[in-house]
Design a protein around this ligand. Structure first.
Ligand code: COA
Ligand code: MG
Length: 289
């Protein structure tokens, strides 16, 4: 998922919001067919999403289908795959086994529609039930389809029966922090992008920024958004600053420049291979001139 910092959710039955989302600076737009669309609206929403996909846009378009254990999932896939979405988002994903099953469905539909088999990526929401959180170790087996893993707290809180996912001080309670860290590690094992949860308090820009900064520090490469006003903050936080880019260039120069060495000192700190890998990752995320 190169160059994806922000993914904006939009209800798949709202042409007005979809138009706004496409005009926003979000790197990817997630057309939702699940929780934000009432069951009675789903047939119309599928058709709307298909026509949005087919009319094309400069953005990566993702469709969130319904969970695999509902009859809606196959109807969703059958309607939208022919529009060649960048990825299908799978909510309530229980383990890599669900990614495998979606992959089989996608392969059949891709073949039907004359597409390259394997072209459609999968983004799984990997922490919506306790069962899912505990299966985080399974994802490496499905690395080829999987482009990203997201975590989220609200559905997990409902599964647990908690009154809130937050402590009195505003921090996530331990079960949700565990879900976050397992998502990060699971994505790493599958070489998929770790994507931070939505921040539902969408008028609170300062809170969003703090949460996005913590995610970026910890290794998440993107954050999902629910409102267009969240996109600019997220894009800024996940874009390396010019100071960070300059520092990364100096590190690469130390290891790969004319006088390359295996270990070195820069500004009073030891540099070795881990710093080189991090520097290269920073440079790969630098804005293109
Ligand atoms: N994508 C595109 N446009 C959006 C948007 C989104 N996610 N959220 C809000 N907007 C639009 C509104 O339609 C409104 O435009 P308008 O004035 O032309 O009608 C404008 O941005 C300002 O919206 P605002 O009044 O601040 O918010 P709201 O009360 O209308 O909507 C939500 C609040 C939460 C219902 C809305 O942000 C939303 O639908 N978010 C996405 C929900 C979703 O997809 N959830 C599933 C994943 S968790
Ligand atoms: Mg949900």
């Amino acid at each position: 998922m190169e160059n994806v910092r922000s993914l904006l959710f939009v209800p798949g039955d709202s042409d007005r919001k979809i138009a706004k989302a496409l005009a926003s600076s979000a790197d990817a737009v997630i057309l939702d067919l699940e929780d934000s669309v009432l069951p009675a609206q789903r047939p119309a929403a599928r058709e709307l999403c298909r026509s949005v996909l087919q009319s094309g846009s400069g953005k990566k378009l993702v469709v969130r289908i319904n969970p695999l254990d509902t009859p809606d999932a196959l109807a969703d896939l059958a309607a939208v795959v022919r529009g060649r979405p960048y990825a299908i988002m799978l909510p309530k994903c229980r383990s890599a086994q669900d990614v495998r099953v979606v992959g089989y469905h996608l392969s059949a539909l891709e073949a039907r529609d004359g597409m390259t088999v394997g072209a459609t990526k999968v983004l799984s929401i990997a922490t919506e039930t306790a069962e899912s959180v505990l299966a985080a170790g399974s994802y490496a087996a499905e690395a080829s389809r999987l482009a990203g893993l997201l975590w989220g707290a609200e559905d997990l809180a409902a599964d647990i029966g908690a009154r809130s996912s937050r402590q009195l001080d505003g921090r996530y309670a331990a079960a949700y922090r565990l879900a976050r860290e397992l998502c990060l590690l699971a994505a790493t094992t599958a070489r998929a992008a770790p994507i931070d949860a939505v921040y539902t308090d969408f008028r609170n820009q300062a809170g969003l920024k703090l949460e996005a900064e913590a995610a970026a520090r910890d290794g998440f490469t993107a954050k999902a958004a629910i409102h267009p006003d969240q996109v600019a903050v997220i894009n800024e936080v996940f874009t390396p600053t010019s100071d960070e880019i300059a520092h990364a260039r100096r590190i690469v120069e130390v290891f790969e420049g004319a006088a390359a060495t295996g270990v070195a000192a820069l500004d009073g700190k030891m540099l070795a291979r881990p710093e080189l890998l991090i520097a290269k990752r920073t440079l790969s995320r630098a804005p293109q001139p």
